[in-house]
Ligand binder design. Structure first.
Ligand SMILES: [Zn+2]
Length: 459
């Protein structure tokens, strides 16, 4: 079945909690996850590594990282023109320098790199195991030995050791640019993580980046704008009038940049209006994301689960509940494990054939990297990300999907922040039933058609 790895911040979230836009959020998320003792015992927990400066420079401009590292250290007095330099590198307004910023940046990026390492770890060993197992099966056949069931259980055991999903809730800093900070993002751990996947393999895998944050995933899009192997798809709010941050990703609504984006069809943007509810999110997700995932057939999916689109978020733009996020995760998980599922359902009679096929096609390659992002109601973010962690872990332990109702009705155990969950003390988030969804079915169908036409340019 495979397993889930959760990356935990270092030092009891002391550093992760310092991000100025999300003070104390990491503690709330991890305290809630840990309060589910049974769940916690079933997850494979790894503590985030600290990224090296060289890791940060695999994407970011060297002079930006040098400045960021020195500016974030305790001794930054040597910069006489600090204000100008800060402005130049975007370290102002919502991205101001803060105490221990250096360590925060290294940990945020390091956590995503740890998650990527977990996903890559079993690749080689898994490949070798396939070879060995295939050899065993062939030997068994030659000697007319009927121990197929032994081979099968050995094969399943090998499968159970691999990490299929890795989660890093402190990652997902999607606005980070190559040479400057932006939108609460000092570095772009997503880009650095994707580059690590590419560099670690002997070939160029197909990678799909899916961004569910309320804001456009501009930093990741820009990094892979000309890639033929990384497909970037962002679902976000876009508004011409308010120039909603970062005021990009609305190309399909106008004509100016459409031709530019359509060049290779690997940059897909889904601009949506205010009030998006679960029903319309699920409609657009199935009509666009699910179809394109199956057509693109990526080996790696990286999903940014920023949840500032939840009802009750201070952004107050969308009206989603946890059900939207669980739906998205379920669809991506179904895709990721589809071959594994087929294998587990095979009868013993054709198991040898399946093992062979699996090894030959490398069909166990798919991996899912789940990252965090925005979300400014700490309690609701903790609910949403704990619900996803619970959902994924239970699937890998039981082989069955929990119902969404069961997940959201789960009661919050007593823990440090229990009072935040009153009055119902569960994982549910209520939609605002008075808020109108401005995304009409006609508008959604228009968006679906436009995105499909851009996507078709790549195929
Ligand atoms: Zn956001």
């Amino acid at each position: 079945m495979g397993k889930v790895v959760l990356i935990k911040p270092r030092k009891k979230c002391e550093i992760a909690d310092l991000l100025p836009s999300n003070i104390g959020r990491a503690s709330m998320v991890h305290s809630l996850i840990e309060s589910f003792e049974e769940l916690y015992s079933e997850i494979d927990i790894k503590v985030a590594d600290l990224a090296d400066i060289s890791d940060l420079k695999t994407y970011h401009n060297s002079s930006y990282i040098d400045y960021l590292m020195q500016r974030g250290s305790s001794d930054d007095k040597e910069f006489e023109d600090k204000e100008d330099m800060d402005e130049f590198y975007g370290l102002q307004y919502d991205c101001y320098p803060f105490d221990q910023m250096t360590e925060y940046v290294q940990e945020t990026c390091g956590g995503t790199l740890s998650a990527v390492s977990e996903l890559l770890k079993n690749r080689e060993s898994s490949k070798n195991k396939h070879k060995k197992l295939r050899l065993n099966v062939e030997l068994n056949q030659k000697s007319n030995n009927t121990s197929n069931s032994d081979s099968r259980s050995e094969f399943e055991k090998a499968y159970s050791e691999k990490t299929v999903v890795a989660i890093h809730w402190e990652g997902g800093r999607h606005h980070g640019h190559k040479s400057n900070a932006s939108g609460f993002c000092y570095i772009n751990d997503i880009v650095i993580g994707i580059l690590k996947i590419q560099k670690s393999l002997e070939y160029m895998p197909k990678i799909m980046y899916i961004d569910l944050d309320l804001h456009h995933g501009n930093g990741v899009q820009n990094a892979f704008f000309y890639s033929n192997n990384v497909l970037s798809l962002s679902i976000h709010h876009f508004d011409h009038e308010t120039r909603f941050f970062p005021f990009s990703g609305g190309e399909i609504l106008g004509n100016d940049s459409e031709s530019k984006l359509a060049k290779n069809g690997m940059t897909l943007n889904v601009p949506l209006k205010k009030g998006l509810n679960d029903e319309n999110f699920i409609y657009i997700f199935d009509e666009i994301v699910v179809k394109i995932v199956s057509e693109f057939n990526p080996e790696y999916i990286v999903v940014q689960c920023g949840c500032d689109g939840l009802a009750g978020d201070p952004a107050n733009i969308w009206n989603l509940t946890i059900v939207s996020y669980l739906h998205a995760i379920r669809k991506l998980l179904e895709y990721t494990v589809s071959n594994d599922n087929n294998l587990s359902k095979n009868s013993p009679d054709n198991q040898n054939e399946k093992i062979r096929k699996s090894a030959d096609n490398n069909s166990d390659k798919k991996r899912l990297l789940v990252l965090g992002g925005g979300g400014y109601n700490n309690t609701n973010v903790a609910r949403c990300w704990t619900a996803i962690t619970l959902y994924l872990t239970k699937y890998f332990n039981s082989g069955e999907f929990m119902s969404f109702e069961e997940v959201v009705d789960t009661l919050v155990p007593d823990h440090e922040f229990i009072e935040n969950y009153s009055p119902y003390y569960d994982l549910s988030i209520e939609a605002n039933h008075l808020q109108k969804d401005e995304n009409t079915r006609e508008y959604l169908d228009f968006v679906i058609e436009k995105v499909q036409s851009v996507w078709c340019k790549s195929t």
